[in-house]
Design a protein around this ligand. Structure first.
Ligand code: NAP
Length: 519
C-alpha cells in the first residue's frame, strides 16, 4: 500500500481522486483496484453509498487497499446518502480512523458542532489527515473568504469547498478559492457548467480533483470519468498552462475539445481546451467574459464560440476588433484575448469557401461568376452567402421559410426562392446549409434528384459524413464535399489564430473521424 508518507511526498502534485460508490464493500474494494490500474492517486470510500452499512465496513474497505484512501460518510444534509443519526455517522468515521484511513472527510459543520471532534479522531490515528469539507448543491457561489476563515481556525490539513455552478464563471470562482486557501485545497463547481474547475485543478495547484471510474459511477454532478479527464489533458496541465475553450449551449457533444486537445498535444504546446457551457442570453455570455477578464491568472487566451452566442460574441468584441466580412455576417466563432482586449474572427466562412475551392481545384477568386444555390437561411447559410458573394459568385438562396430566405438574399443582393423550387435548380454548385439529413434524421434530403446542371455538391453537415444528398450527388457524377472539411478547416484556423503555430491538420481530421465513428 502506498502509505500516507508517500502521499505527503507528492502533495505538490494534484491528486486524481476516484470516488467509489459501489453498494457493497467487496465491489468497492474491487473498484479500488480498478482505479489503481486506471492511474488514480487516491480512492475515496463513500460509506454512505453502501447498502446495509455495518460497523465492520471501514476496516473491510481499508485492509490491503492499493492506494491511499479517503473515507467519507456524507450526510443527506450535504448531498450525501447517509440518513441515520449523526452520532452513528461520527462513530463510523472514528472506526475508519482506527482502521488506518489516510484521510477522513469531515464536514465543517460537524467539526464546528463538536470542538473536540478532530482531536478525538486523531487520538484513534495520529497520522490521519483531515479534509474539512462544505458541500452546497443549490446555493450560489459561497462566501469563500468566510468558509476558508472558519476552516482555517480548525486543526485540519485540507480545505474542500464544493458548490453548484450556474455558469462557467463559477469554475473560475472555484479555482480562485484554491488560490486563496492558506492550506492545500479542493474547490469544485458542480454540474456541467463547472466542469472546467475539475479539469484545471492542477493549474491552480489544488490538492486534488475527482473523476469517476466509469460513466454512471459519479459521486457528484459534472464529474468526468478518468478517461475523459485524460482526453482533456488534465494531467498535462500546470501553473503556466494556457486555457482555451468552447462557449455555447449545449456543448456536451461538441467535437472541439477532442480535436483541439489532440492538436495541442501533437504540437507540444502547454495548452488545454475545456467545455464552457453557457446558457442562451447576452447577459450570460458577458458574465463569463467579465469573469475571464477579472481573472488574468487563469490564462484564458481564446474561445471557440458556437450557437447561441456567435452574435453576442461579435457585440462584445466590438466592430473595431473584427474583420469587415465577419461584421457583415453579424457573427463570430473565434475570440482571442490579448490582455483585456477581445479580437474576433469568423473562421466558418473561410473554412467553407476553402473546402469548396479545394474540391474544385480553384483559388477563392475562381468562384467569381460561378452560379451557386445555397439551401437554408440560418447562421451557416449567412456566413457562406456572405463569403460567396464577396468572391463574386452568383448566389441564389432556397429556404423553407421563404421570408427568412428573402431577408438574407436582400442583404447580399442574391435571388431568393422556396425549397419547393429546388428540383428545377440550374446552378453549377449546390451548398446545403439546412439541417436536413443530419443525424439522427439521416433519411431526409433537401433534393431527391440532382439536376444535370449541378456539378458540385457541398453538404455542411458532417454527421453523417456522407448524407443522403451527397450519396445522390456522387451517384450523379458530381464532385462532393463533406461538412467535415469545413469543420476541420475552421478548427485549424482557430488553432493558428490562437497559437501562431501551423495546425496539425492531419491529427485534427483523424480525431474528428474517430469521434464520428463512435457516434
Ligand atoms: P440554423 O441557424 O438553425 O438554420 C437551420 C436552417 O435549416 C434554416 O434555414 C432552416 O429553415 C433549415 N431547416 C431546418 N430544418 C428543416 C427542415 N426539416 N426542412 C427544411 N429546412 C429545414 O442552423 P445553422 O447553424 O445555420 O446550421 C445549419 C447546418 O449547417 C447544420 O446542419 C449544421 O450541421 C451545419 N453546419 C456545419 C458546420 C461545419 O463546420 N461543417 C458549421 C456550422 C453549421 P427555416 O428558416 O425554414 O427554419
Amino acid at each position: 500500500m502506498a502509505g500516507v508518507k508517500g502521499m505527503r511526498n507528492q502533495s505538490r502534485k494534484t491528486a486524481l481522486i476516484v470516488p467509489l460508490t459501489q453498494p457493497s464493500p467487496a465491489a468497492m474494494r474491487q473498484a479500488a483496484h480498478a482505479a489503481c490500474r486506471q492511474g488514480a492517486d487516491v480512492v475515496e470510500f463513500r460509506l454512505d453509498f453502501l447498502s446495509g452499512l455495518t460497523e465492520s465496513a471501514p476496516a473491510e474497505l481499508l485492509q490491503e487497499r492499493p492506494l491511499p484512501a479517503i473515507v467519507t460518510c456524507r450526510p443527506a444534509r450535504q448531498g450525501g446518502r447517509f440518513a441515520g443519526p449523526e452520532g452513528q455517522r461520527l462513530a463510523l468515521l472514528r472506526l475508519a480512523a482506527r482502521a488506518g484511513a489516510d484521510y477522513l472527510d469531515l464536514e465543517l459543520d460537524a467539526a464546528e458542532a463538536d470542538g473536540g471532534l478532530i482531536e478525538s479522531l486523531r487520538r484513534e490515528n495520529p497520522a490521519v489527515q483531515i479534509i474539512l469539507s462544505q458541500h452546497d448543491f443549490a446555493a450560489p457561489v459561497p462566501d469563500a473568504k468566510e468558509a476558508l476563515r472558519r476552516m482555517e481556525s480548525l486543526p485540519a490539513q485540507v480545505n474542500k469547498i464544493v458548490f453548484a455552478a450556474h455558469g462557467p464563471e463559477d469554475a473560475l470562482a472555484a479555482m480562485a478559492i484554491v488560490r486563496a486557501s492558506a492550506r492545500p485545497a479542493i474547490a469544485l463547481a458542480m454540474g456541467e457548467a463547472g466542469v472546467a474547475s475539475r479539469i484545471l485543478a492542477r493549474k491552480v495547484g489544488a490538492f486534488g480533483t475527482f473523476a469517476s471510474l466509469e460513466a454512471g459511477a459519479e459521486s457528484a454532478p459534472g464529474q468526468l470519468t478518468v478517461a475523459q479527464m485524460r482526453q482533456h489533458r488534465w494531467d498535462a496541465t500546470g501553473p503556466a498552462t494556457v486555457v482555451y475553450g468552447v462557449i455555447g449551449y449545449p456543448v456536451a457533444h461538441s467535437m472541439s475539445p477532442a480535436i483541439h486537445n489532440a492538436a495541442f498535444a501533437e504540437a507540444g504546446l502547454d495548452a488545454v481546451y475545456v467545455p464552457l457551457p453557457t446558457e442562451p442570453g447576452e447577459a450570460n455570455f458577458n458574465r463569463f467574459i467579465d469573469a475571464v477578464l477579472a481573472a488574468p491568472w487563469a490564462d484564458v487566451r481564446g474561445l471557440s464560440v458556437t450557437i447561441p452566442h456567435k452574435e453576442n460574441a461579435l457585440a462584445r468584441a466590438g466592430g473595431g476588433n473584427v474583420d469587415e466580412l465577419s461584421r457583415r455576417i453579424g457573427a463570430i466563432n473565434t475570440i482571442r484575448l490579448d490582455g483585456d482586449k477581445l479580437l474576433g474572427w469568423n473562421t466558418d466562412y473561410a473554412a467553407a469557401t476553402d473546402a469548396l475551392c479545394a474540391a474544385m481545384g480553384i483559388a477563392r477568386e475562381g468562384l467569381s461568376g460561378r452560379t451557386v444555390a445555397v439551401l437554408g437561411a440560418g447562421g451557416a447559410a449567412r456566413a457562406i452567402v456572405a463569403a460567396l458573394s464577396h468572391y463574386g459568385a452568383k448566389v441564389a438562396t432556397y429556404n423553407r421559410t421563404v421570408a427568412r430566405g428573402e431577408k438574407l438574399a436582400a442583404e447580399f443582393a442574391c435571388r431568393a426562392a422556396g425549397l419547393d423550387e429546388l428540383p428545377g435548380v440550374d446552378c453549377e454548385i449546390v451548398v446545403n446549409c439546412t439541417s436536413m439529413g443530419m443525424h439522427p434524421r439521416v433519411d431526409d434530403s433537401p433534393l431527391e434528384r440532382i439536376p444535370p446542371a449541378v456539378k458540385v455538391v457541398f453538404d455542411t453537415i458532417y454527421n453523417p459524413l456522407e448524407t443522403r444528398l451527397l450519396a445522390s450527388a456522387r451517384r450523379a457524377g458530381c464532385r462532393t464535399v463533406s461538412g467535415l472539411e469545413m469543420f476541420v478547416n475552421q478548427a485549424a484556423a482557430q488553432f493558428e489564430i490562437w497559437t501562431g503555430h501551423k495546425p496539425p491538420r492531419k491529427t485534427m481530421r483523424q480525431v474528428a473521424l474517430h469521434r464520428l465513428a463512435l457516434v
